[in-house]
Design a protein around this ligand. Structure first.
Ligand SMILES: [Zn+2]
Length: 578
């Protein structure tokens, strides 16, 4: 393949022809620049984009039409293909309207990149509009080993991604290619050109940074024709707030409570410190939340939504399922049927089964049927099912769930008991301050109590059993105690050792000696027959059968065996002297 460059009157072969795995478009141009050996960055930009400063923007490059034409489509036959596969724009596209999306693609293909950030509303979003280049030190090392050079990975540049999804380490931030420094240059990552990492992550921060990164990647992977409807997003938010008892009455959002809990969560994740969110001030956060949660035109910057989504839903897939549910078209079944004949038979039967037979709450039944709670209530009325008056408010229910979790109740059992989904329980555990640690402690205490009582019961039931026998009777308890409560287990095992001394009086040592003596003799003869080299040693005897070596500690009670082993040893000794 050749570089088609009519303007310069050249027709050079392309110095590179392939993408690297997960490579950013800017990175490909950097590699082109290095391998082409151009002295100035402007030369490369002119060759690829027809202008000394076009294409050099690492986040939103411009003039991709010219690039595709000059590289004869080797790296993608259309600008759109390259933009969707190798720039960060697809992270933003689902959040803007279809027409704006088309305009953005058009700008990157033909126009000036300078307008892109304004069109996306980034400068006015209270978040920094730049996208510093980032890299994972371990990926850089591996890429260098594999390809000969470190390069910029697209995934690491996605807004919100601060840890490497593969190696789970904090990404390094490049200290060049910023607004003032070498902004028009082609620069590949170098170990000495990054800011020092000033953070040590706790497990909690690590977990949520990883979920944030996964969410950003999921957004990037959404099909190009998907446009997220912000009204539906707000509906999903309100449903989640309702489930978590943060609505006053049926509709009013308890904004003060929401803001406090949201800030507590984001501060615990240190997202403000890492620059993922604007500085956490209560007044500005309340204002932002009111825009995101209430029926007002809200931000289309996904970085405003992502922290809220993770706080409310725990992860992106759970949010996406809730969004799809909120988006689902109205059922063909009337929302307010007059009689049961208005409802499909299968649905009516299922509703009866769930509410009357299984005793589920109306909200739990609605969730299983995939319909709104109000619809479920109407269906139940039409089917003649008398619903129990809702026994508890959401707030009371959450308090009851939290109480059970604090006592270490298992997640599925808690969900079943309170008629909520498992994801609601997981979310509560992760978002209620201190609850997860308390729950784990309680779970451990319960497991400890269970294992200890089972072990003690086994000891009582089998007073003469050895440790090995008890271990076979209670393998799970033994394993748990061995891993988690070894001191207690050993104290009980020491008592067993005393029992075994007592039991020893009942051993028929003479019989055992006779049996073992015969066994050693047989082994000796067998080894001779097998043609083992003479002299046969006691070590060979020990290796041939596992039950002789343990008897060595009791040889004073096994005179025949001891005498035989001594003879074997002496014979061996004499032979080796010859
Ligand atoms: Zn990595």
């Amino acid at each position: 393949m050749r570089l088609s460059n009519g303007n310069f009157g050249h027709n050079w072969p392309l110095p590179i022809t392939q993408w690297f795995d997960d490579e950013l478009f800017y990175s490909l141009c950097c590699r082109f620049h290095y391998i082409a050996g151009n002295r100035l960055s402007g030369h490369t930009a002119k060759q690829l984009f027809g202008h000394a400063r076009h294409g050099t923007q690492h986040d939103f490059p411009s003039n991709l039409d010219t690039f595709v034409q000059r590289t004869s489509g080797v790296f993608g036959d259309t600008p759109k293909h390259i933009i969707l596969q190798h720039t960060i724009l697809p992270f933003y596209l689902p959040w803007v309207s279809c027409s704006l999306g088309t305009e953005l693609l058009d700008q990157l293909s033909r126009g000036q990149a300078a307008r892109i950030k304004s069109l996306l509303g980034l400068p006015s979003s209270r978040l920094r509009a730049n996208h510093p280049l980032r890299a994972c030190p371990e990926c850089m090392h591996e890429d260098k080993q594999r390809t000969g050079t470190a390069y910029w990975r697209l995934t690491h540049q996605l807004p919100g991604v601060r840890v490497c999804p593969t190696h789970k380490v904090l990404l390094w931030q490049f200290n060049e290619k910023t607004n003032a420094v070498r902004r028009f240059d082609w620069l590949l990552p170098r170990n000495d050109a990054f800011y020092p990492v000033a953070y040590t992550l706790t497990t909690h921060c690590q977990l949520w940074l990883d979920r944030l990164a996964q969410a950003a990647i999921e957004i990037f992977k959404l099909a190009p024709n998907i446009h997220i409807d912000l009204n539906t997003v707000q509906t999903a938010y309100r449903t989640a707030l309702d489930e978590q008892a943060m609505l006053r009455g049926r509709h009013q959002i308890a904004l003060g409570t929401v803001c406090q809990r949201y800030l507590a969560f984001t501060r615990s994740c240190r997202w403000q410190e890492l620059g993922i969110m604007p500085p956490a001030q209560e007044r500005s956060t309340t204002f932002m939340l009111s825009r995101l949660l209430t029926r007002q035109p809200c931000s289309t910057n996904p970085l405003h939504h992502l922290p809220l989504i993770l706080w409310l839903f725990g992860d992106w897939p759970t949010f996406w399922a809730a969004y799809k549910h909120a988006q689902a078209p109205a059922s063909v079944t009337p929302v307010h049927p007059r009689t049961s004949s208005d409802i499909p038979d299968t649905q009516a039967q299922r509703l009866t089964q769930l509410v009357v037979v299984q005793g589920l709450s109306v909200s739990a039944a609605a969730q299983q049927l995939g319909i709104a709670v109000q619809t479920c209530q109407s269906w139940a009325a039409a089917c003649g099912i008398r619903l129990q008056k809702r026994p508890k408010s959401n707030l009371e229910r959450i308090a009851a769930i939290v109480k059970d979790l604090r006592q270490g109740m298992e997640q599925k059992a808690t969900a079943h008991k309170h008629g909520v989904s498992s994801s609601t329980i997981s979310r509560l555990l992760l978002t209620e301050p201190g609850l997860h640690i308390r729950w784990e402690k309680a779970r451990r205490a319960l497991a400890q109590k269970r294992a200890q009582s089972r072990w003690l019961r086994a000891m009582t039931k089998h007073p003469n059993a050895t440790a090995k026998q008890l271990r076979e009777i209670e393998p799970a308890s033994y394993a748990w105690l061995y891993r988690n409560d070894r001191a207690w287990l050993q104290s009980k095992l020491r008592k067993l050792a005393k029992h075994s001394v007592d039991r020893s009086t009942s051993v028929d040592w003479a019989k055992r000696d006779e049996k073992l003596h015969g066994q050693v003799q047989q082994l000796y003869q067998q080894l001779q027959r097998d043609g083992e080299l003479f002299p046969i040693t006691v070590q060979q005897i020990y290796k041939s059968t596992p039950n002789i070596k343990p008897a060595l500690s009791s040889l004073n009670r096994l005179p025949q065996t001891r005498e035989l082993l001594t003879q074997i040893r002496k014979r061996s000794y004499r032979t080796s002297k010859c």
